[in-house]
Design a protein around this ligand. Structure first.
Ligand SMILES: NC(=O)c1ccc[n+]([C@@H]2O[C@H](COP(=O)([O-])OP(=O)(O)OC[C@H]3O[C@@H](n4cnc5c(N)ncnc54)[C@H](OP(=O)(O)O)[C@@H]3O)[C@@H](O)[C@H]2O)c1
Length: 320
């Protein structure tokens, strides 16, 4: 069966964590074109992607690339953004302007609009009003599907009911999901609800920010931001055994460590949203279509993952 793969664009325009440089834009265009050629299913962005003066850069770049794409090619892929429910985006019109701004940056290409995180920790009613706002936009002729992000199982069930009353459906849910993700049991409950309700479950940061691709025998870290280096150093020792197991499987199968980590996600029927900014990485990841993990390989990785007590930081606004 063909696996669905999503292209993540958080790094496009993000200096703080991803050390983005404007002179990489041509390479990003190559990544984008290759994703279309190789049958990727989604491209995921957000209105909060791009740091400081580069705010909105990820959507802008994608909009620019889309404007250079034929309609036939464009229709092969779904464009998804996430709108941030900042505390000041309130009421049933709180998302109207942000939505229109994203639509403009994306050159009128927007298939899925996702709530970026739950507001349940600071204003529990806000997210329902913003979701009602999205339903109103649908009624007023703006066509898109509604998605969620950083939502736990309890909140997800509530929102499914809420949208059903408005004759709308949750189309997709994205959660942090990788061998090092926090609260994996919680994400698995979300996945089960998604399966029961025919909702796409998207696994974000499936490579743990690239940490899972790091060769266990090498100490070299290339041109990374201070913040990303800090995470790589902190997790280096605790993840050594796991990365060695990824590398062993990679060697046995003549594939890359990254492919093994992505196939651990695919084995569980989730759709990985992979952060990509290099064409060779995109081509490499596409090769996960050619092979599957065996149950023994999966179990080995899963056990090693469970043994690691230090998990990646969770989104502070993820709900129960
Ligand atoms: N909803 C949310 O709150 C949320 C949060 C985080 C992410 N996301 C979404 O999920 C997407 C993916 O997550 P992520 O960006 O955190 O990162 P990720 O997919 O976990 O890791 C991406 C990094 O892994 C490295 N990599 C990728 N393919 C590789 C390969 N074949 N070989 C070696 N290294 C490889 C690259 O590092 P280098 O480029 O440095 O080489 C790449 O930038 C984001 O872009 C975003 O769309 C959503």
């Amino acid at each position: 069966m063909v696996k669905k793969l999503g292209l993540g664009t958080w790094s496009w325009g993000n200096k703080l964590f991803w050390n983005y440089q404007k002179n990489s834009d041509n390479e990003l265009f190559e990544v984008y074109k290759e994703a279309l050629n190789r049958g990727y299913s989604f491209i995921d962005t957000a209105d909060s992607y791009g740091t400081g003066k580069l705010n909105g850069r990820s959507e802008e770049l994608l909009g620019n690339f889309l404007s250079q794409t034929s309609k036939v090619q464009r229709n092969r892929i779904q464009i998804a953004t996430k709108l941030a429910p900042y505390p000041w985006r309130i009421g049933r019109k709180g998302f109207t302007l942000p939505y229109k701004n994203s639509l403009k940056r994306l050159n009128n290409n927007l298939d899925i609009v996702q709530l970026h995180w739950s507001t349940s920790r600071y204003n529990p009613k806000q997210e329902l009003q913003l979701l009602a706002n999205l339903c109103d936009l649908n009624k007023n002729g703006f066509e898109f599907k509604i998605g969620l992000s950083n939502i736990g199982p309890i909140k997800l069930l509530e929102i499914i009911d809420f949208l059903a009353k408005m004759k709308r459906k949750v189309y997709s849910v994205q959660c942090q999901f990788s061998l090092l993700a926090p609260n994996l049991n919680q994400q698995k409950k979300v996945k089960k609800i998604c399966d029961d309700n025919n909702i796409n479950f998207l696994a974000y940061s499936p490579l743990s920010f690239g940490l899972l691709c790091k060769d266990p025998n090498s100490i070299k870290t290339s041109n990374q931001s201070l913040l990303r280096n800090l995470i790589f150093n902190l997790y280096d020792q605790p993840t050594l055994k796991l990365r060695q197991a990824l590398l062993d499987i990679a060697h046995d199968r003549s594939v890359s460590q990254a492919q093994v980590a992505i196939n651990w996600c695919c084995y569980q029927g989730v759709i990985p949203l992979i952060g990509l900014r290099k064409k060779e990485h995109l081509i490499d990841i596409s090769r996960v279509q050619k092979w599957d993990l065996s149950p023994t390989e999966f179990q080995k990785l899963d056990n090693l993952s469970k043994d690691i007590s230090i998990r990646l930081p969770a989104n502070p606004f993820a709900s129960k």
